[in-house]
Design a protein around this ligand. Structure first.
Ligand code: SF4
Length: 176
């Protein structure tokens, strides 16, 4: 069994999102009404996680256009006040934002590729392209983040070839 200190606590600080991924569990109604957690609430959750003995926190949100400087200040605050690894899961952003957060102290980033097949990817994410996703993953790796990715299995129109391509995709990304 893993030690408590090896496990991570998750703070989902905003369910607002401008995207419309077909598989998303958040309904349009929730997306339009849910407010991001206030700063006190967010930092209170981080403190609770630390008090529970966990030494890793994941900060997660939908892609809601959050101000990069706001998140950078939160990362800096956590790194100054707690001995914790900080993982981000806030979606596709510019290389400049990823760099800002890395310099603020972020250690890891979670960004699933979902599907490496361009047609399947675009059928699941209206108006979005897999090339952007790959660019984000490459930026994260280049900036030194420990980057977590992953694929989805069982989505509509997925076949065995898609799954095989996804299995081979991650090692190719790591080795290139
Ligand atoms: S980016 Fe995430 S939160 Fe936003 S619609 Fe897609 S799966 Fe849902």
């Amino acid at each position: 069994m893993r030690k408590t200190s090896d496990r991570a606590g998750l703070v989902e600080f905003s369910s607002r999102c401008g995207n419309t991924c077909r598989y998303c569990g958040l309904t349009g109604a929730i997306k339009s009404t849910a407010l991001p957690a206030g700063l006190d609430e967010l930092l209170g959750s981080v403190a609770d996680i630390y008090r529970a003995g966990l030494r890793s926190v994941v900060l997660q949100s939908g892609e809601d256009g959050l101000a990069p400087e706001w998140l950078a200040e939160i990362i800096q605050y956590i790194k100054r006040n707690y001995e914790m690894a900080v993982t981000l899961s806030v979606g596709e952003r510019s290389p400049e934002d990823y760099l800002l957060w890395k310099n603020a102290g972020a250690d890891r980033y979670l960004l699933r590729i979902e599907s490496s097949d361009a047609f399947l990817y675009e059928s699941l994410h209206s108006g979005r392209r897999v090339e952007t996703r790959i660019r984000c993953l490459e930026d994260l790796r280049r900036l030194g983040y420990q980057t977590g990715s992953g694929m989805m299995v069982g989505v509509k129109n997925q076949n065995i070839i898609h799954i095989a391509k996804d299995i081979f995709f991650s090692p190719i990304l790591i080795l290139t």
